[in-house]
Design a protein around this ligand. Sequence first.
Ligand SMILES: Cc1cc2nc3c(=O)[nH]c(=O)nc-3n(C[C@H](O)[C@H](O)[C@H](O)COP(=O)(O)O)c2cc1C
Length: 399
Amino acid sequence: MIYNLLFRFVLQRMDAEAAHRCAGRVLGATFAIPGVRRLASWLLRPRDRVLETAALGCTFATPLGVAAGMDKDGSWFGNLLALGFGFVEVGTVTSLPQPGNMTPRIFRFPAAKALVNSMGFPNPGAETVAARLGHRRPGVVGANIGKTKALAIEDVVDDYRCSARVLAGSCDYLVVNVSSPNTPGLLAMQDVARLRELLLGIKEELATTTQPPPLLIKLGPDLADQEIDELAKLALDLKLDGIVAINTSIDVSFLGSSAADSGAVPPGGISGAPLRFRAREVLRRIRATVGDELVLISVGGIDSAEEAWERILAGATLVQAYSAFVYGGPLWAYKVNKGLRSRTLQVGASRIQDLVGTGSPTSVLDRQSIAQGDHPPPTRGAGPEPASAGPGTKRQASM
Ligand SMILES: Cc1cc2nc3c(=O)[nH]c(=O)nc-3n(C[C@H](O)[C@H](O)[C@H](O)COP(=O)(O)O)c2cc1C
């Protein structure tokens, strides 16, 4: 309740990025008081092994993590872990430092529990982030890498190879992000042939490092269903370790036709509750293709223990959130963990990991979406212009 009031009367009146920075600083200052971070961690992190999940060669205290974009520069993952998250995906990090796009570049849509961002990967560069992550981390920390804006698209493979090499020894897993809409030319890297070349280059680079981390790709929601299937097959074929799905969307119809028609939606990627249905759908498709051979991290519209639970039953070993944490506040992870724990025990299981993929993905998720009054987005059939297959209004994200 205190956070709700603070959000409504203070944070929501500030520029969204300034509020984000302010929240990070307040948390940092509070946790810098001797003993406070340790106490918070003791109170908020799961204390038994019900939620413990083994995946990607790591042990996660809970399958709930922080999605990429929250800690872009590796400066507050320790504090986020202390709030009860099982892991943090730092980044997106690029090989060279860059300032990102013009501000303002994060916009709130509180009624829809959504955000729109056009950040463009502001970050201090792979070398600095690797130094911050170091070798001793208080929990599982992934690194998410992307394209450096200033480099030409022809240099994209070398660009990612460089970031992968620099970060390999400083993260627990590495995600190749080809799905953020705010970097020119990046979405085109989701083309199967181009992505194959990119991933082979990164794998080759990682093979030269002493500790190659597990390698995953992050896919976007605006792909056609058939493209999702092909990319899932590619991940299997290249023996990747997992898939993170989904990133933000540039389809304004996710925010409803009136917002789309009125032009009230700034350019950028949409995240939050409106993505829920598409994220479920993409998870279902990928799981149908890869089974339990790859680790699936489901992200997009996860705003409650119920939603996280359903994703796990539908085949996600791990789940992540960004927008719901912004709207939910510092105790959000604690609440979701509590809900996941009680659901696990209620069905007679002792470990949540034993339940991954045991639900009937179709029936469980569909029943839920109908009950919640979700409106499925337009069908994304394969076509010459796949991402615009439905009536959703598409526009270019800001560069
Ligand atoms: C402000 C903001 C910045 C983001 N930055 C990144 C990023 O740098 N890299 C990335 O892969 N995803 C980024 N994302 C996408 C999230 O990781 C996540 O995929 C998406 O927001 C859907 O999850 P949600 O509905 O829980 O927010 C960002 C999202 C937001 C809202």
